[in-house]
Write a new protein. Structure first.
Length: 313
C-alpha cells in the first residue's frame, strides 16, 4: 500500500487541526478534546507515510499549525538558563529512538495550572504550546506533538485519577509531569505525596514512555509556604530512586530572581503565583534544550556531563 498525494494532503490538514487544538481541555470532565483519535490515526499511518508526515510537520511548523510566537519586547529580561540547573542527567531513550527512526513523537504535558497556562495571555503562550514551537525549531523535519493535559487546581492524586484517559490513551513517548505546587499550597503528608509521585512515575514507565518531572515554581505565594523546600527535595529524591529525571524549574526561577536580579513582577502574573508569557517562553526554551540534549543517542550521562555542557545555554 502506498500513500497517495490526496491522502498526504488530508493527513496534513488533520495534523494542522490537531496542533491548533492541542491545548484544548474540557475542564469539567478532564477529557482531551478531539485529540487522541487523531494521534492514533497518525501513528497507524506513520509506518507507510513517515516522510510525508515529517514534511507536513516541517512546513506546518512555519505557519498555520504553529502557535503564534510570543511577541518580542525590548524591555523584557534576557532569557538565561544555566546548564547546571537545566540539563537532564539521564538519556530519554524512547524519545531518542523515535528521533533516530524519524517517527512521530507524542509528548504529553501533565500538570495543573502551570501546565494549563494560568497567567498566559493565550493558549499559544502556554508552556506546552511554546515547547512545541521550540522543538520544531530544533528538529524541523521531525514530527512532534505536545499535548496539554493541565487542569488548574489539581494535585498528584487528581492527575493519577485521570491518567488512563489523559495520558495512557495518547500512547506518549515522553511525559512531562509538573507536580507539587498545589500540595504545597494546601498542605500534605510527606509519605503520602512521596508514594503518589512514585506511583505516577511507575504508571508512566509501565506504558513505555520516558518521564521528566517538573517541580514547583519559585514565586512569593509558593516560597512562603513552610513545606516548599521539602517538596522540592521530595520530588528530586523520588525521581532519583525511580531512575527518572527532574527539570528543576524551582532552581531556574530562583536563579532568575536571585542571580540575574529579575524582579518577580517581570516573570510572574499579578497574582504572585502563576508564570506569565515571558517566563513560560523562557521555561519552554530551556526545557526544549534539555529534551534535545537528552534525546541525543551518544550523549553523556550523569553529573560529569553537566560540566562538559558549560555554564549557560
Amino acid at each position: 500500500m502506498q500513500c497517495s498525494k490526496d491522502a498526504g494532503v488530508a493527513r496534513f490538514i488533520r495534523t494542522a487541526e490537531l496542533r491548533q487544538r492541542q491545548s484544548v481541555i474540557d475542564t469539567n470532565s478532564g477529557r482531551s478534546a478531539h485529540v487522541h483519535t487523531a494521534v492514533a490515526s497518525l501513528r497507524m499511518r506513520h509506518g507507510i507515510c513517515s516522510a510525508l508526515v515529517a514534511g507536513a510537520f516541517a512546513l506546518g511548523g512555519l505557519f498555520a499549525v504553529a502557535p503564534t510566537p510570543v511577541a518580542a519586547d525590548a524591555s523584557a529580561p534576557r532569557c538565561v538558563a544555566p546548564a547546571d540547573l537545566t540539563r537532564l542527567d539521564l538519556q530519554l531513550k524512547r524519545t531518542a529512538r523515535r528521533l533516530a527512526s524519524r517517527q512521530l513523537i507524542v509528548i504529553v504535558a501533565l500538570g495543573s495550572s502551570s501546565t494549563a497556562g494560568a497567567g498566559a495571555s493565550s493558549d499559544a503562550a502556554t508552556y506546552p504550546s511554546r515547547l512545541m514551537v521550540e522543538l520544531a525549531q530544533r528538529f524541523p523535519t521531525q514530527p512532534i506533538i505536545v499535548l496539554n493535559r493541565g487542569i488548574s487546581g489539581e494535585r498528584a492524586v487528581d492527575m493519577l485519577a485521570r491518567f488512563d484517559e489523559s495520558v495512557a490513551a495518547e500512547r506518549p513517548d515522553l511525559v512531562l509531569w509538573q507536580v507539587g505546587t498545589n500540595a504545597v499550597l494546601r498542605g500534605y503528608e510527606h509519605s503520602k505525596s512521596d508514594a503518589l509521585i512514585r506511583e505516577g512515575i511507575r504508571r508512566i514507565r509501565a506504558i513505555g514512555a520516558d518521564v521528566v518531572l517538573i517541580d514547583p515554581q519559585f514565586a512569593p505565594k509558593v516560597i512562603v509556604q513552610p513545606q516548599i523546600e521539602d517538596m522540592v527535595e521530595l520530588i528530586s529524591s523520588a525521581a532519583k530512586q525511580e531512575n527518572v529525571d527532574v527539570f528543576h524549574r524551582f532552581a531556574l526561577m530562583r536563579h532568575w530572581h536571585e542571580v540575574d536580579g529579575i524582579p518577580f513582577e517581570a516573570f510572574l502574573s499579578s497574582d504572585a503565583l502563576h508564570m506569565n508569557d515571558w517566563s513560560y517562553n523562557c521555561f519552554a526554551k530551556a526545557l526544549a534544550d534539555a529534551i534535545a540534549d537528552a534525546a541525543m543517542p551518544d550523549r553523556q550521562q550523569g553529573t560529569d556531563a553537566k560540566a562538559v555542557a558549560g555554564d549557560t545555554r
